[in-house]
Design a protein around this ligand. Sequence first.
Ligand code: MSP
Length: 522
Amino acid sequence: MKKTFYITTPIYYPSGRFHIGTAYCTTLVDCIKRYKELRGYDAYMLTGLDEHGQKIQTVAEKNGLTPKEYVDTMAKKAKELWNLMDISYNDFIRTTDERHEKVVKKIVQKFLDNGDIYKGVYEDWYCMPCENYFTETQLIDGKCPDCGREVKKMKEEAYFFNMKKYEGWLKDFYKENPNFIEPESRKNEIFSNFINPGLEDLCISRSSFDWGIRMPNDSKHVLYVWLDALTNYITALGYMSDDDTLFKKYWPADLHVVGKEIIRFHGIYWPIFLHALGLELPKKIYAHSWIVMKDGKMSKSVGNVIYPETLIERYGLDATKYYFLRLMGFDKDSMFTPEDFVERYNSDLANDLGNLLNRTIGMMNKYFDGIIPTKIVSKTEFDDSLFEFAKNQIKKVEENMDSYHVSNALSEIWSLISRTNKYIDETSPWVLVKEDQEKLKSVMYNLAEILRKIAILIKPFIPQTSINILNQLNITEENTWESLADNNIIKENTKVVEKGEPLFIRLDKEEEIEYIKNQMNK
Ligand code: MSP
């Protein structure tokens, strides 16, 4: 049986249109899932929507819809976007799904039975957009520490989850599992801000609005979103339901990918909920940073929001995915600029990768009528080092992907692309054609073989381009990850296409920068 790999995105709030921040996170998860599949795992990807809460209720009212009508349209839009982006998710959970609501009630009942939940009065600083209370000390300049907006002092009767009871356990858990959260800097943040000062109990209900799952013991209260939201990762698998096959198969999750601002919920409350349920914990939480704009956070009111459709429609899906995955460092925010997008498109995609394929196809047709030479009897002095370099790069890509350093993995692939372009210059096939036909054969074979490897390496990141390269080379079999170790796979008489199709058409810099700028907020 294949080893399983269960990976999740956060479930997004459908409070507005999904922008490139959301699309980035989903692309990242999809890329890791595809990589794991290529490495032989039975990988399962979950995404979905977090549909309850006051903010959704308010937005729905503004749109003249009931909350349910509103979230239904948003769920449709989310699925359309993930289809457009060719996201290979296995399930899409909505917190309004009956399968979810039913099980959440059972979970809350279990907590009530175990004495983990009590009724009290909550008073603190509340951020409406984030649906989150903050203590005085957590505020930054008197404003929400997550989004920087105004907070209001609020007080209400509410149910609480007794987090304090589990504080000692949580600390022990982190001692034994120091790498549970990556990057480490994010773990340190939650330790200094929340765990070391002493855990606060978590308010888990509201009586001031009703768009939520009712507390099973008290219908005046609806669940406050985080308990409802976090449990999606297990309700989607059928935990506590009649059919829990998927739960048995895939839980515990191998990786929850979340944004840096919600690491507190995944690094403190989620482990405690699971422990209180007697369940195993996920293996890792990876907190990514944000895509920011020149003028700070993306925001409709600032007018700097970019939507993924804008980039996909004009530049293609793979160029958009490439940019997201390459842009984002492991632990620092990354800035989206139209200049950088166009520059990367032209240099990395059109020049480095596109030209490598084009030059290879062109020369193959010119020198060998398009047939990749296979009977190699003589090598150039550069051949061994090229293959040695490729071998090392493959290893580096694997190491980076196994530790979820996705952007680094991509740059290692691009080093191989540059090295291969350099190999063309070093070996100068246009000279060999006159001087040494046998060596020319070797060079042309090697170029095709390295391009085959590159196509496999880029598969999890930009799958369409991967297929496109293999089709143009007409190397469509034996392209598994394992075959990366083999240098002699290309069959005799393989004929590449007569005229190469450019993978990416070079962009006019000024024009496209202007175009993207004009598309902001549209
Ligand atoms: N509903 C909660 C998550 C519950 S998970 C059990 C939520 N939703 S959200 O829609 O506000 O954010 C979802 C994710 O999108 C977060 O991980 C957040 O970090 C990510 N992003 C939102 N804007 C982003 C950027 N500009 N850049 C990168 N990711 C961003 O929080």
